[in-house]
Ligand binder design. Sequence first.
Ligand code: GLY
Length: 417
Amino acid sequence: MRVLVIGSGAREHALLLALASDPGVTELFCAPGNAGIAAVATVREVDASHGPAVVELAKEVGADLVVVGPEVPLVLGVADALRAAGIACFGPSADAARIEGSKAFAKDVMAAAGVRTAHSEIVDNPAKLDSALDRFGPNWVVKDDGLAAGKGVVVTTDRAAARDHAAELLENGHPVLLESFLDGPEVSLFCLVDGETVVPLLPAQDHKRVGDNDAGPNTGGMGAYTPLPWLPEGSVERIVDEVVAPVAAELVRRGSGFSGLLYAGLAIGKEGPAVVEFNCRFGDPETQAVLALLESPLGELLHATATGTLADQPALRWRDGAAVAVVIAAENYPGTPRTGDVISGSDAEGVLHAGTARRDDGAIVSAGGRVLSVIGTGADLLAARDEAYQRLAAIKLPGSHFRTDIGLAAVLGRITV
Ligand code: GLY
């Protein structure tokens, strides 16, 4: 099977490495890719958000399957264009991708499916902002109602900070979503979904704030680990039964059946799981940790999902132990990152590339905010952390920063439900 992966992050690098280890995958292509991905796949250029361009490339490389990594192409209908051209695509239609692209749609689907989630209000008129803020707190959750790669979210007990963020979004023409705060540790559960068939992967936890101990602003994700030793037994089944399966069924009922990866971001509170958000694609950096433990052939799984035969697949197989992904970010991320710095040590085992590029002189340089994801695996979370941080110590990128506490609260038994 010839597979074309669309995207350029460490998530796509992880997908490509897992695909490369599937004996059924014969040839790998990636567009637009990055400097590290070029070592595992033939890298091509493409406007990833332009359906006809992706279709043309898929035909040119003879792809039997296209895997779309990021949400923007999916929301813009790239999967629809591929399917219309008769090419198998892992990724939902634009209609189904609204579960991520439109928070109002997601809330409506959840209400119809009886799924627990935060109470929310959309504010699109600055004159109504103060009265709306008064209906929330003492923890304010302020989100950009569109796609913002995680960075449009501010969670704060400071009303003035909540107001400033909301006002800035409104000034830039973005409607604001205010949400009640959901208590409890967060879980990312990725599920392969093919209509009403739901197959969960291992649960993971992201670290969204930029600094240790969850200090500083939200980012796209600074690290992740899997599995979750603190998650009560039966939780994954409960999340599938109470959250993902009802949402998948509701999407089918609306004629917007989901095909691809449905990512449920949840808070595990005293009353059980409640949805923080849905995403219509693999999460980053959780994918880097989760796929490090996957033993089943990924190409076969994604192809089965794309072609409506996921229900016929055998149960997933996982390696024992744990995996940790630590993100190395460029100076000033999550603000405007500094780019163009030379990176050394980035071709080592367990190092996945995101914002990297190869300069004309052959040097690998930073080219984005999140630059690398460093993976460690081990018999348990402690061992996986040790390996990840040992590998990370050998990498040099001037001005870069990373969190030192990925998975640490779980290792220390400090997460309780
Ligand atoms: N881990 C956050 C995201 O992928 O959106």
